[in-house]
Design a protein around this ligand. Structure first.
Ligand code: NAD
Length: 287
């Protein structure tokens, strides 16, 4: 399949590289010219075990390209992934909510170049309801209906390649049978295991990511509290403790809470697992 990835950061680069490695023709796009130039010269801006080798192999084979030219990447693409950042907003009126400015500027930039049957896939972590807003905005910008799916990412920094290639589950939120079929074909090579592709509505997929992050934070908070108590009991200085936790902390957690949290991962990125207050993109409370 021909694929364009809009946003070549942590998630976009890992996603694009792994999809190229499974035989797709992938172009990763970024507005950061310096980053693209580095990638074109084989200089990888992030460290992730196994990533450099995969980039080298797939670039040499012509399956993986990097560009700042959104139009050229999007025109032939059957799937267009949005993988731009969604940082916490600093504005007074919606402080703590997800800031979607990069999502909207990406949508504006690729909309005029979308092929008729292309499917837009939102991989960025976005509040519930964003898929529908992207769908509406694309209709305004293109004058026709464009299919938009949601496909949140659960990778952990430090184990991202393995997480992508051997996922616990793949979550897809779709509006059409065509999107479900395309995403099944895309993820087929990574799901030759007993692990499922969970197909749901776009809203459920968006919510699934926030619930996973909430679970991770709850476990992290419980671990920190419990391990601090464990350290106090064993006479260790609380000041020597830092998270990810020591063996003492892990033992304390196991005694008190049962199995150590290994899903979505104790080393999950702090950038990906923050939980913005559950607001809609209009800034109103979603609950
Ligand atoms: N980092 C993680 O471990 C992780 C895990 C799961 C989900 N996520 C989510 O995935 C999304 C991406 O996260 P990330 O860590 O890869 O972000 P990042 O900040 O590392 O990368 C985003 C990239 O998008 C580029 N960009 C911005 N606007 C653009 C545009 N209009 N066109 C092309 N490129 C553009 C930026 O220059 C940057 O290189 C976020 O929503 C994040 O919450 C991250």
């Amino acid at each position: 399949m021909k694929i364009a990835i809009i946003g070549t950061g942590y998630v976009g680069l890992v996603t694009g590289t792994c999809l190229a490695d499974s035989g797709n023709d992938v172009t990763c796009v970024d507005i950061d010219q310096a980053k693209i130039e580095r990638l074109e010269h084989g200089d990888i801006p992030i460290f992730e075990p196994g990533l450099a080798e995969l980039i080298e192999r797939n670039s040499s084979a012509g399956r993986l390209k990097f560009t700042t030219d959104t139009a050229a990447a999007v025109r032939p693409a059957q799937l267009v992934f949005i993988a731009v950042g969604t940082p916490m907003s600093d504005n007074a009126e919606d402080k703590g909510a997800a800031d979607l400015k990069y999502v909207w500027s990406a949508v504006e930039s690729f909309a005029p170049h979308l092929a008729k049957d292309a499917i837009v896939v939102i991989k960025s972590t976005v509040p519930v309801g964003t898929n529908t807003k992207v769908y509406s905005r694309l209709k305004e910008l293109t004058g026709r209906t464009c299919d938009v799916a949601s496909n949140p990412e659960f990778l952990k920094e430090g184990a991202a390649i393995n997480d992508f290639q051997y996922p616990d589950r793949v979550v897809v939120g779709v509006r059409t049978k065509e999107a479900e079929e395309d995403l099944s074909e895309l993820y087929g090579p990574f799901l030759r295991t007993d692990k499922p592709m969970l197909v749901m509505t776009p809203e459920s997929a968006e919510l699934t990511k926030y619930v996973a992050n909430a679970l991770l934070y709850t476990k992290s908070a419980a671990t920190s509290t419990t391990s601090a108590a464990g350290l106090a009991m064993t006479g260790e200085s609380a000041f020597s403790f830092s998270f990810p936790a020591s063996a003492t902390a892990e033992a304390a957690f196991r005694r008190t809470c049962g199995p150590w949290p290994t899903w979505p991962g104790r080393s999950a990125s702090s950038r990906c697992c923050w939980i913005p207050s559950m607001r809609s993109t209009t800034g109103k409370s979603a609950s």
